[in-house]
Write a protein of this length. Sequence first.
Length: 278
Amino acid sequence: MATVLASVHKNNGRGSREPQDRNKNKRKSPKESLASRFWFGFLKTVGFIVLLGAILLYWNSARLTSIILNSRPVEKLTADTTGMVRLEGTAEGEAAYTDEGRLRKRYALLQKEMFNWQCSRGGCSYKLNKDEKPSVWGTLKINGVSVQSDEFRFYADWLPLDNTTVPFEQVSKIYDEGSSRPLLIEKPKSTAYGYYAVSPGDRVTVIGQAQNGRLEPFNLPGEDERRVILIGSSVDRMVSYERKNQTLYLILGAVVALMLLPVVVGWIRKLFRRFART
């Protein structure tokens, strides 16, 4: 009888420990819990940064669209002309030289931008170097008004680099990986250049700040250090380009907002619980 009771007691002891052992196995270790919380917090932070960035980009593009649409069309500039103005007409002028003789033709305006070779998970390609200021040459005039700036924001296609614009011996250095930006290679897998150009006789639209009878560059919304004059073929093309960007920013922001929605809902619930307790 004592043996049976001892056996039952032993079995009961085992039975009482088994659920506890299972719960212990199910629990995460402190290190695993800390790591998961860290990565979850990190992803939340990145998500909110991306969402904020998309909102700012949309807002800046919308402000620039407003500047384009509200710019006052003028034919000439006088000392009394002030504010954002729009000049439309035929380009006049001729560049003194075309990038040290690299390009065959002469242009009323030529802007060269630097690209650097960069690699990422998506592959390697040339990326625009935004820290390097573009080089500008030329004496562009619209309706007799001189258009000068250290940098232009172009709403136009890149200068095509083929045997009509580049000497034959340099054609092999052109790089274009299925994109619309042909580049001239300075050093393979290192440095390249892309060009925007305006030829005499082109129909163009320029937008800038009128001041003392001159057309001055203005600060891009959200980029106080960049002073530019906008230049393109028409106002419609400028507005269309900006609105396409705005649509992309809205889509990106909406996707990220949906991913962050459970987090925000959780915060709201916690806030209501606190108010309910008080």
